[in-house]
Ligand binder design. Structure first.
Ligand code: SF4
Length: 354
């Protein structure tokens, strides 16, 4: 029996029974019923079953390497990001090998995870990126790849055309110079070209925008994305979050900077196997997949202790931002980018050691 067969679950309610506001978020493969609702959400909103049925979404945070060096990057990714991360993690620290990720994916599938996101850093810069993606798809997981779309090899485009793949990217401005100012690299043309290519290939794409400067050409960039063919409800705007390089003079490890949904049906696994409730909550360590089974960590005391410190919010408080989970069940708008790719040390050090 395959893993997919082992964990096959009959849908509770058909997707089209869900609240219309969530129509776009309803996935026929994901059980959904009114009583799945997160108590923090407005009653009647369609919640994919993962909220009630434990973790259904995982970030796989593969690397701190990135060809860009955005000033707001919440985990301080950039060129040589892994080299900078490892000393912070400890003298014996090492990145997860592809085979270790395969094991995590197999465990995730058995634990009824349905969707993962490959992120970093720039996840395509992880040496085993293609292998990890291929393994996830082969065992039946849906995979969102959060990439800056700067450099995509031809063979990866072939993989991206798999029906289980979703793409997400960040876009900051229609002005290449402003994009350069934010990312510290002259790569606007590459990202824009690959947005057009993804859309042309029919690959589902959502785009996150982070407002870094008050004068930033957000409206113009959004209009450009729509003109290129990105569905308006797949474009999200968030503010800079005070983590990593975005921390600036803000206090470190401020849980109020989180959206409040961390750990609710979602969790993150860092480059060294550390599990946390969110990619932005790197200081809240719940365990490590190298020393414990994934499901035991997700349902264990460590995760309970990690999540209890996170302020929960109602929908009226905040529209579930940062909205870094595809198909966020708490927000009728899809996607979002707040949880941009990420990295290493800061005082707060998401993904690193405190
Ligand atoms: S925000 Fe994303 S693209 Fe920018 S440096 Fe960080 S990981 Fe790279």
């Amino acid at each position: 029996m395959t893993i997919a067969e082992e964990r096959a679950v009959a849908p509770i309610v058909a997707a089209d029974d869900c609240d219309p506001d969530y129509e776009l978020l309803c996935d026929p493969d994901i059980p959904c019923a009114p009583d799945n609702c997160n108590p923090d959400c407005v009653p009647g909103y369609c919640n994919p079953g993962w909220l009630r049925r434990a973790t259904g979404f995982l970030w796989l945070d593969l690397t701190r390497d990135c060809m860009l060096h955005c000033g707001h990057c919440y985990n301080e990714s950039g060129p040589n990001g892994d080299q900078k991360l490892l000393p912070v993690l400890g003298s014996s620290a090492s990145l997860m090998e592809p085979g270790e990720w395969f094991s995590v994916l197999d465990q995730a599938m058995r634990a009824e995870v349905s969707l993962i996101q490959l992120i970093g850093g720039e996840p395509t810069m992880y040496a085993g990126f293609s292998a990890v993606l291929g393994h996830a798809l082969n065992i039946g997981l849906k995979v969102e790849i959060y990439t800056n779309l700067v450099s995509i090899r031809d063979e990866w485009w072939e993989q991206f055309r798999h029906p289980g793949v979703l793409l997400a990217t960040s876009y900051y401005s229609d002005d290449p110079k402003e994009h350069h100012r934010i990312t510290e690299r002259d790569t606007h043309r590459q990202t824009r070209t690959n947005i057009v290519k993804a859309l042309g290939l029919g690959i589902p794409l959502r785009v996150g925008m982070v407002q870094v400067y008050p004068e930033q050409r957000i409206d113009e960039a959004r209009a450009e994305l729509v003109s290129l063919g990105v569905p308006p409800n797949r474009i999200r705007l968030d503010r800079e979050r005070a983590f990593g390089r975005g921390q600036r003079d803000h206090v470190a490890c401020d849980p109020n900077e989180l959206c409040g949904n961390c750990g609710l049906g979602r969790a993150a696994i860092g480059p060294d196997g550390t599990v946390t409730p969110c990619i932005m909550a790197g200081w809240l360590k719940a365990g490590n997949v190298r020393t414990e089974p994934l499901e035991a960590i997700l349902n264990g005391d460590g995760m309970a202790r990690a999540t209890v410190t996170i302020p929960r919010r109602t929908r009226t408080d905040v529209a579930c931002d940062p909205d870094c989970v595809p198909q966020n069940p708490c927000d009728p708008r899809d996607g979002g980018d707040a949880c941009d790719p990420a990295t290493p040390p800061s005082e707060c050090n998401p993904k690193g050691q405190k």
